[in-house]
Design a binder for this molecule. Sequence first.
Ligand SMILES: [Fe+2]
Length: 235
Amino acid sequence: MHSNLEKIKKNEGKPKVIKDIFSKKEINEFIELYNELPITVHNKKQNVIKKRWLSEYGKKLEEIFYSRLKNEIGEFHYDNLKTEDGADILGLFQESYNPIGLHIDGGFNLNDLIFKQSLVPLTPVGSTVIFKNRFYGESTNFTIDEQELKKKDLKYGQNKRSSEHLKMFGKVPFDKDIHKKYLRHEKIDNLTGLEVELIYEWEVGSMLIFDRTNLHCSSSVIEGKKLGLTTFTKK
Ligand SMILES: [Fe+2]
């Protein structure tokens, strides 16, 4: 459990979508930056490519990104892990062909004052589901898959696996229609007690900002692949 609970809660709010925050030209620059960066993870089984935004790349874009985000959320620090050499990482690009399951990005240090996270879509088709339900622990994947729950030998930056969310939010079954439309990749029993706060339909040029304590996942709506940039912040 996070130690700065009261302060974390004081900074919480509803998720926010900011339209037209990046121009077409800037979006293309983000895509060029993505192409230049070295691959960090290529998980062929999950069919996902991850690239870290290393701070020596895309300097001009970093200034733009920082000032636009600061304009929306106020003062913040990045909280994006470090490279092997201890250098800062500004964000994480993810190119995925499969939807990402239910999780929380609470970070890896329970003394941090975790704040907001942002998502910038770089391809047009996709959606992200934010739940009203919150969790105040470290970065965790929520699952009822027994094989997943057995994974205890985690590397730096890997999420814990847990099913403890099912004890936290009551026994009301999840909405069948929303499940069918957006969350077919999740077993409906893994969503018991959850309520949707927002379904963010990806729109290039816009940005989604939400609290790091909100449970979320991608929707099952993917055409081919999708590419997005995520950044985590703390106070
Ligand atoms: Fe996430």
